[in-house]
Design a protein around this ligand. Sequence first.
Ligand code: KIV
Length: 280
Amino acid sequence: MGRLSVHKLSEWKAQGRRFAMVTAYDYPGARLAEQADIPILLVGDSVGSVVLGYDSTVPVTMDEMVHHTKPVVRATEKAIVVADLPFMSYQTDPADAMRNAGRLLKEGGATAVKLEGGSAMVETVRRMVDAGIPVMGHLGLTPQSINQFGGHKVQGKSPAAAVKLISDAKALEDAGAFAIVLETIPAELAKCVSERLTVPTIGIGAGAGCDAQVQVLHDMLGIYDDWRQLKHTKRYRTLGSEMRDALRQYREEVENGDFPTEENSIHVDRKLAREFAHSS
Ligand code: KIV
């Protein structure tokens, strides 16, 4: 059967078919997402915040992205795997951008790359697409620019910012991007952008008017139920507390001798057991 083609997504949009994308950073997460029939997995540079313990996505390196892309690809057969180009792997010069995007496909096995930014990125996107690298755009609150924004602030709130975002989205589509993530912008603006494009918009904190949605796996599963509660996240489960309870129970059972039981033990026959007992 093979992986879904990135071109299918525009067909889905034309048919009014909505779809979900979720982040994945390792084999188990990707396997579960594929079993749930999620058609696009994003190896997001959010790996820096939710898996590697950095305080933002800024420190994430190319080697880390390649490392996390590989198991996601190994765990899946059907899903499109999109890998993020991390901060400063594509903004410096076009040759670097091409080399690094190529690494995510050649070494990581990704289907496509994602990069942040609008008109400034148009030439880079065009070159990648011309070279056979499918590109997903990302506009609005682009986390790699967190220091420039001065925090996680809603973007596109003024008429001028909205006009710029709409023209950036159009420019990315014209350059060949196959989809565009819209992050933390007013729902009204996201709807306008979605209506003006033929490629799908994938929203996170951008309302229901987008063609698709993306969530960060650890946030939607509630792994950090004691920490990250973001307005744009729906916590479908609170697995953090379930995992913590399981670990606590395991520790207690080891401490008080309730684990392992006979069921968890392997035995030899009596004769061999006697030999074991008498061996010096
Ligand atoms: O890295 C990431 O998880 C992302 C999503 C928030 C879209 O870019």
